[in-house]
Design a protein around this ligand. Structure first.
Ligand code: ADP
Ligand code: MG
Length: 690
């Protein structure tokens, strides 16, 4: 027992063939111990059980064959590229293996060596070539030869064969050490009830499956394990939050809340009312609220926040609302001031651009309690922001924030109630994995009278027409957005492309039209000036990057043209589209793209057909996978080790059910906790919102 635990956590250097150099290479894959190596699961598999003759190899297929090295050469192309070429033969013919700029390869092989070769076959005028094949020496007599082969996430300096051989070695030691069954982490009754294989078998078969069937069993078991432990962890957190800490017990609604609700310029929708009821029930309870409100773009979340904030003020507490951009913070400030200031509530806005004197004055007033509600950006979480008694924290568009930023704001009070709002509808399976510890309210219904936004996908041949249409709308008194192509990872290049788009458009289609430019590299004051000019109608066309994606509200804007629409995910396109259709006028979204990629065409077509953000979110998840779902600003989605929440929905639901039915002992929870920490490392706090 002790021995096996020791082995599991033993340093990777314990293995033959791992010295400091290899250990350093493995550390780049986050592998430091034997256990971590054994839990480095294959990314995919190649079925090499069928070995072919060279003469039988089919062009374009991934094939396996066995051949002997004839000669090895290195050539230089006229561009200076070095090519290593190895000619190999079997009884039926000759094939050429090639590598570009990998000179060291030529020292690895010698004529006469017997190889198993796997790779993509290219046949050109009878010449067979395989570029960058995967090779095994037959004399190594590796048991993996001719089997279903694991393919691991690897780096340049740790080749597949080396990972395989290390894992093989580790598995052998693991299996021959007494007590390996004690590494089982699932409760015995769960294993039986859900018909799972045990952990040792699963580990052996996930790496070197005897057959496709055992591979599937191994995978199911390990996916279940991962999701089950996650669900246990989330259930634990939720319980601890609910029963462990004493929060603020707000009183039932009194005059102030009633007056605010009475003074609204519209009647709340049924979904808004339901959400508000759920929030109030939470706030009136001693256990701190941890509620996520998901509402499609334009569904009216801000007013919900306003009423909730009024409720905490009515109870003598302060409220804080954090938004991801200054534009949005300012906008919320104006909205809330309009709704709440007439009732005597004191509201302030805190952003990075305030001058010191004003900032200090505001900070002072927050500290003494003179200010009831403060809206702000990240500026809110700075250390010198102190509240007198914070009762409610609202975070808007939460996926734009890191979890740490959020908890930092929460820590400024003593277990305040927490409301998280998002306009990116999150597919159910994802929500269960990421937000399992939160309660969720959903606003599905849009306020009455909204017309669906007419959406069209067009290629660049039609640009002139598209812009002509936009100009027509401007002449009719409306306004338009033009969104520049997304440049992943680089706000700078994105900004440059926005500038050149602005220059082009103002010189051509929009020559006589007041245009504005908005991108992430502008100074806060400049951004705000442009937004203000667009909001009051002085600017008719706004050329912008995705900085306008989140929450911007200009009801007079009726057209949004998205350039390079193929670069965006569905969820993001939907967010952008939500910038129009916010007022009484019929609105249009035009997606420009020249892509002929089938999947892209399909994605854009879905946009033209579906207006419901929740349906789009589900489709986006299926099309792009969980990693891409939140785009570049992804937050909160753990990198699961083996489970895939799109493919493994069924197992997720089983695991969740199992976790909810298990009564975990504190010792077991501690074990779960340690395992999760070990698996997710730095991401751990993100998974658990702590
Ligand atoms: P989001 O959920 O995207 O943040 P907002 O809160 O900005 O949406 O609301 C969008 C618009 O709808 C705002 O102009 C708001 O005043 C308006 N609105 C919200 N609720 C209602 C309602 N029940 N009836 C009519 N208009 C509403
Ligand atoms: Mg909003």
């Amino acid at each position: 027992m002790i021995i096996i635990q020791k082995l599991w956590s033993a340093k990777i250097q314990f293995l033959k063939g791992v010295g400091p150099a290899n250990a350093a290479r493995l550390s780049k894959l986050n592998i430091f111990s034997i256990g971590q190596l054994l839990e480095h699961y294959p990314r995919r598999y190649e079925d090499r059980s069928k070995i072919k003759l060279i003469a039988e190899l089919i062009d374009g297929h991934f094939e396996t064959f066995r051949a002997v090295v004839m000669n090895i050469s290195e050539l230089k192309t006229y561009r200076g590229l070095k090519i290593v070429k190895i000619a190999v033969r079997d009884s039926s013919g000759i094939a050429h293996l090639t590598w570009f700029n990998q000179s060291y390869i030529k020292n690895k092989y010698r004529p006469g060596m017997d190889l198993i070769i796997f790779g993509k076959v290219q046949r050109n005028h009878g010449i067979i070539e395989i570029n960058k094949p995967d090779i095994e020496l037959v004399e190594r007599n590796s048991p993996s030869t001719g089997r279903i082969m694991p393919v691991y996430p690897a780096t340049e300096d740790i080749p597949q064969w080396q990972l395989r051989s290390l894992i093989e070695q580790a598995l052998q030691i693991f299996q021959s050490t007494p007590g390996s069954e004690s590494t089982e982490i699932l409760p015995a009754d769960i294993i039986i009830r859900f018909n799972l294989i045990n952990r040792q078998q699963a580990l052996a078969n996930i790496h070197f499956p005897v057959s496709m069937e055992t591979l599937l069993q191994a995978r199911r078991r390990l996916v279940f394990e991962e999701l089950y432990l996650l669900q246990c962890g989330l259930a634990y957190i939720k319980q601890k939050m609910k029963y462990g800490s004493k929060g603020i017990k707000h009183a039932r609604d009194n005059e102030l809340v009633v007056a605010v609700e009475k003074s609204l310029p519209f009647a709340l929708t049924a979904d808004q009312l339901q959400t508000l009821r759920e929030i109030k029930t939470d706030m009136e309870d001693t256990t701190p609220m941890q509620r996520l409100v998901q509402g499609d773009v334009g569904s009216g979340k801000t007013v919900i926040a306003a009423i909730s904030l009024a409720k905490t003020v009515e109870n003598g507490y302060q409220g804080a609302m954090m938004a991801p951009t200054e534009i949005l913070a300012e906008q919320h400030y104006h909205t809330l001031a309009r709704l709440l200031a007439p009732h005597g509530i004191k509201i302030a806005v805190l952003t990075g651009k305030l001058n010191r004197k004003i900032r200090e004055e505001i900070l002072d007033n927050i500290k003494t309690g003179l200010i009831d509600i403060v809206i702000g950006t990240h500026a809110l979480i700075q250390d010198d922001v102190e509240f007198k008694h914070l009762g409610l924290v609202v975070t808007d568009e939460q996926h734009r924030f890191g979890v740490r930023q959020r908890s930092k704001l929460e820590a400024k009070g003593n277990h305040p109630d927490v409301l998280i709002m998002t306009a990116t509808p999150i597919p159910r399976t994802m929500a269960l994995t990421v937000y399992g510890d939160l309660d969720v309210s959903i606003i599905r219904e849009l306020p009455p009278g909204r017309q669906p936004i007419a959406t069209y996908a067009r290629n660049n041949n039609r640009r002139e027409k598209v812009y002509g249409f936009a100009v027509g709308q401007i002449k009719a008194g409306r306004q338009v957005y033009i969104v520049c192509p997304l440049v992943e990872e680089s706000e700078k290049i994105e900004a440059q492309s926005a500038v050149s788009m602005y220059n082009e458009l103002t010189a051509t289609f929009f020559r006589n039209i007041p245009c504005g430019l908005l991108h992430g590299k502008m100074k806060p004051q400049e951004k705000e000036a442009v937004m203000a000019a667009f909001a009051n109608g002085n600017i008719k066309a706004l050329i912008a990057t995705t900085v306008i994606e989140v929450g911007v509200n200009v009801p007079n804007a009726t057209v949004i043209i998205i350039e390079g629409a193929d670069r965006f995910g569905l969820a993001q396109l939907h967010q952008l589209r939500g910038r129009v259709g916010r007022g009484e006028y019929k609105s249009y979204c035009i997606l420009l793209s020249d892509s002929t990629n089938e999947e892209t065409v399909e994605r854009l077509k879905i946009m033209t057909e579906v207006n419901d953000g929740f349906i789009l979110a589900e489709k986006d998840l299926v099309l792009r996978g969980p990693g891409q779902f939140f785009g570049t600003h992804q937050h909160g989605m753990p990198d699961l080790k083996i489970a895939d929440i799109v493919r493994d929905t069924d197992i997720l639901l089983e695991a969740r059910q199992a976790a909810q039915q298990t009564v975990c002992t504190p010792e077991y929870l501690e074990k779960v906790w340690q395992t999760l920490k070990h698996w997710f490392g730095d991401k751990f706090s993100m998974v658990f919102h702590r």
